[in-house]
Design a protein around this ligand. Structure first.
Ligand code: ZN
Length: 385
């Protein structure tokens, strides 16, 4: 029998028996196989506005704890018996249980090189703008009308910065999480690169979180970064995300590869390793006191650099050195915002942060049949020359 037990860690006001969406004790008893006990938690903080947020899924020993806020109320379910159907039924995605209790005991691929890929689409800097991002992904066939993966064996690159600014970061995170699993099942892939805002949240710099998440913090009595700790499903996933990825002859990185990066002879594999094992989750002091970590996490590092667009001393010659170093033809970056996708140095640099963060307009980068396109919101595909 599928039973979800009460947790006793917090006081509760009301116990509601929920039979998958129907707030009715009667239907619960009629269908014992689907009995679920959801707790409404007494929160120290009661919000004025109508907040809905979550789920946040925590893994403790062999228990999965799901918390969410619905209509100003905080709910919690503890799952002891590995039946995660409540998550599928209530939130619309399956939990990837492969590494759920591994505590990072699995092999991580730091290399992140993919070749002979026929189709890819890249999006960057969604910054909590779920509706607009979804509209773009639907328009270009990455997801269908039920928000499921419809891009077959294509690759979707999320080039960093899902977090901060907007108020629907949680929705985007779970959408991308779901798509990642669905893509794998149909021979495709979803890559989620770490941007400076992922790094900021994971390293407790919470300056840019939307005020809605301050309500979540207060209601759950937890700081925002701890909602993405190693003990959470999203947090563990983020700690396996790359910084640099290559597909065919294209290098993807959130902000850019600076000339100093190449002078320091960092490698793709080495940097992916360093971020995952030494930078994400590290104390500021530890990073500041190590010159290499300080460089990688700093303004000329891969998640903050803006030189292609803002440094007048940056030249095509410098760029060619970088491309030769990686043996690639072009670099795709987000981070520096424009009104559309921009192409510099004859397409060797593509800046794909088309300001989705403003919630009004955005573009996707599309690669198909050997050609690159701007996928615009209203005017279809425009080839990038
Ligand atoms: Zn950024």
């Amino acid at each position: 029998m599928n039973t979800f037990f009460l947790t006793k860690r917090l006081n509760y006001l009301v116990i509601v028996l929920v039979s998958f969406g129907f707030l009715s004790c009667e239907s619960t008893y009629q269908d014992e196989e689907k009995q679920v006990i959801t707790q409404q938690i007494e929160s120290e903080f009661y919000p004025n506005e109508n907040v809905t947020d979550g789920p946040y899924i925590f893994v403790e020993d062999s228990i999965v704890i799901v918390k969410w806020i619905e209509q100003k109320m905080l709910f919690e379910v503890s799952i002891f018996d590995k039946d995660y159907s409540i998550i599928k039924d209530k939130f619309g995605f399956d939990l990837d249980t492969t590494n759920l209790f591994s505590n990072k005991g699995f092999a991580v691929d730091y290399n992140q090189c993919f070749n002979d890929i026929d189709n890819f689409i890249a999006v960057s800097d969604m910054h909590g703008q779920y509706n607009l991002s979804l509209e773009l992904l639907k328009k270009y066939g990455v997801v269908d009308n039920q928000n499921n993966w419809s891009f077959g064996s294509g690759h979707l690159v999320v080039n960093g910065d899902i977090f901060d600014r907007g108020d629907k970061a949680t929705e985007i995170l779970w959408l991308v999480y779901k798509l990642k699993n669905q893509a794998e099942a149909s021979g495709g892939k979803v890559h989620y690169l770490i941007g400076n805002h992922e790094l900021m949240v994971l390293n407790k710099d919470l300056r840019y979180i939307n005020e809605k998440y301050e309500v979540t913090e207060k209601m759950m009595a937890i700081s925002y970064d701890q909602l993405f700790s190693e003990q959470t499903v999203i947090g563990e996933w983020l700690r396996t995300s790359p910084i640099i990825l290559t597909i065919n002859d294209v290098l993807f990185v959130h902000a850019g590869i600076s000339p100093e990066f190449v002078e320091n002879k960092f490698t793709q594999q080495g940097v992916n390793f360093m971020f995952q094992n030494r930078i994400i989750g590290a104390e500021d002091e530890v990073i500041k006191n190590d010159p290499l970590l300080n460089f990688l996490a700093g303004r000329n590092g891969p998640v903050w650099y803006r030189g292609y667009f803002r440094d007048s001393t940056f030249t095509e010659q410098k760029l060619d050195k970088i491309l030769d170093y990686f043996d690639k033809e072009r670099i795709v970056v987000g981070h520096t915002s424009f009104d559309s996708i921009v192409s510099l140095f004859g397409g060797k640099i593509l800046g794909i942060d088309a300001s989705i963060k403003k919630g009004k307009y955005g573009e996707l980068l599309i690669f198909e049949k050997g050609k690159l396109y701007r996928g615009t919101l209203n005017s279809g595909k425009i080839e990038l020359k």
